[in-house]
Design a protein around this ligand. Structure first.
Ligand SMILES: Cc1cc2nc3c(=O)[nH]c(=O)nc-3n(C[C@H](O)[C@H](O)[C@H](O)COP(=O)(O)OP(=O)(O)OC[C@H]3O[C@@H](n4cnc5c(N)ncnc54)[C@H](O)[C@@H]3O)c2cc1C
Length: 464
């Protein structure tokens, strides 16, 4: 049995994916987006990060492929780059390059706004879904007891209106107003975890120089914490361009001038990004975006939570973007929402009783791994402001050693990529052969602290 109407707050990645899954269970799904309609894949005010490099991990790509059959192939045909993580990524993390091998882990390279635009195009074709632009949600409506959300109050250019709904989904991103709305309704605010990063991204499109020969489709250089604070990516994106994003932590922000941008690239931990772009031609203006912190809101821990209301996407967890997990978490969360609603339809047809709590609890579990991985790495920087716990030093040693190990062992790199791309949980790192090899490596590293082999410090070639 179908529900009548779902209302989604925010029409970005999480909202669009949410609309796609809810269309299977609701007669009508209305997506309310504050920004005005775009003519094409343009950067817009509500998604200021949209001009910066965005990688979609393998698990996210698989969800998109399943929800929108044929879309990924269509994007490849229209100019997105298909890459194998092992073969086509030149990836340097914690000071050393990863081995190059065929991994079977797929990534799509395209700009964020193009991906969102393509997804929006598919969602707009669903007969149950209405995409409404220029609609700002101002408040939640509840029943007389205040225990159930029954709709939203919306402001448009024409004035205010109310929209009743069986389920309201907040995917309003980092700026989601859900904490304030819940507080105003007497529920209090969700507990907040934060890690202060003072991170900035500066991005610039380039036309690659015909003289430059690279055997990669994506290059990433991550800093080795705690001593290094700068990094960068180059992604081949649609239109034969390179999108180059440089980042700096704790106020060391990459400049937006051509000379400043190049100079920043020259001072990265590895020279390869600078060497790739120094003869490339900048296209348009560079743009900067600042990310003060990563942030997780624990809706699942709230003592009381209204029925008929769920929150996901960056509205719950805004991760450090450097690890490229945010959109994939949106994909997996939307998939989870679909599963929870499907189970609800089977167990209590026509009622959303208990759905909110069940979803937020399962979501918290899903988010815990990327949150833990990212924040543990970030807390290695002494300036990172966040809760440090007992055993963190040991975890840092373990993670640091693991990262070094992934540079010298294809087995370790394979397992690590599986976890990083959210194809498998942490148990992939606990295979007996992996544990044995890691223990041996860890023991050696007590005597020789960092791999001094030349092959991890110069970019390996892609396999033929
Ligand atoms: C610099 C940077 C780089 C990133 N790089 C990557 C990457 O490489 N890979 C990756 O996977 N992720 C990356 N991310 C994260 C990714 O951008 C987010 O995880 C993703 O956009 C979250 O989608 P969302 O729909 O939850 O929120 P958002 O994309 O933030 O969208 C929220 C939407 O809600 C709308 N809205 C908000 N409030 C209201 C309201 N009251 N009424 C109506 N509409 C409203 C906004 O206008 C907006 O359209 C990056 C983030 C940043 C900041």
């Amino acid at each position: 049995m179908r529900f009548d109407r779902a209302v989604i707050i925010g029409g970005s990645m999480a909202g669009l994916l949410g609309a796609r899954v809810l269309a299977d269970y609701f007669q009508e799904v209305i997506v309310l987006e504050r920004d005005e309609a775009c003519e094409g894949p343009e950067a817009r005010k509500g998604v200021p990060q949209g001009r910066h490099a965005h990688g979609l991990l393998d698990a996210g790509l698989q969800v998109i492929d399943k929800l929108f059959p044929g879309l990924v192939q269509q994007m490849y045909a229209e100019g997105a780059e298909r890459m194998d993580m092992g073969r086509d990524a030149a990836w340097c993390t914690a000071g050393s390059w990863k081995p190059r091998y065929v991994s079977g882990i797929e990534l799509i390279l395209c700009t964020r706004m193009w991906l969102e635009w393509k997804v929006r195009g598919r969602v707009a074709m669903l007969p149950q879904v209405k995409l409404r632009q220029g609609c700002s949600v101002e408040a939640l409506l509840t029943d007389d007891t205040g225990t159930r959300v029954t709709g939203v109050k919306v402001r448009t250019a024409e004035g205010e209106e109310t929209l009743p709904a069986d389920l309201v989904v907040d995917t309003g991103g980092r700026g989601s107003r859900a904490p304030g709305w819940l507080e105003a309704l007497g529920y209090g605010k969700p507990e907040e975890e934060k890690v202060g990063l003072q991170l900035a991204y500066t991005s610039q499109f380039f036309e690659p120089s015909p003289r430059y020969q690279g055997d990669w489709k994506m290059m990433a250089v991550f800093p080795r914490a705690p001593e290094e604070r700068k990094g960068g990516f180059i992604a081949r994106v649609e239109g034969g361009r390179w999108l180059v994003t440089l980042h700096g932590y704790f106020g060391g922000y990459p400049p937006t001038t051509d000379e400043g941008f190049l100079e920043f690239a020259r001072t990265l931990p590895k020279p390869d990004i600078y060497e790739a772009i120094r003869e490339a031609k900048p296209l348009g203006e560079a743009v900067i975006h600042k990310v003060p912190s990563s942030r997780l809101l624990h809706y699942e821990r709230m003592e009381r939570f209204p029925e008929g209301f769920v929150v996901f996407g960056d509205a719950v967890c805004a991760l450090n973007p450097v690890y490229g997990q945010g959109m994939t978490v949106c994909c997996l969360s939307a998939k989870l929402l679909g599963e929870v609603v499907a189970a609800q339809v089977r167990s209590t047809p026509g009622s959303v009783q208990g759905l909110s709590r069940r979803f937020q609890r399962k979501l918290a579990k899903l988010i815990s791994v990327p949150w833990m991985m990212g924040t543990t790495m970030d807390l290695k920087f002494p300036e990172a402001q966040g809760q440090r716990f007992m055993g963190l030093g040991l975890l840092h040693w373990g993670f640091g050693t693991l990262l070094d190990f992934t540079s010298v062992s294809t087995l370790a790199c394979r397992q690590f990529y599986e976890v990083m791309h959210m194809r498998r949980g942490m148990e992939a790192l606990l295979r007996p052969d992996m544990l044995a090899a890691f223990a041996l490596y860890g023991l050696k590293s007590l005597f020789v602290p960092f791999p001094r082999r030349a092959n991890v410090h110069t970019l390996p070639r892609a396999p033929a």
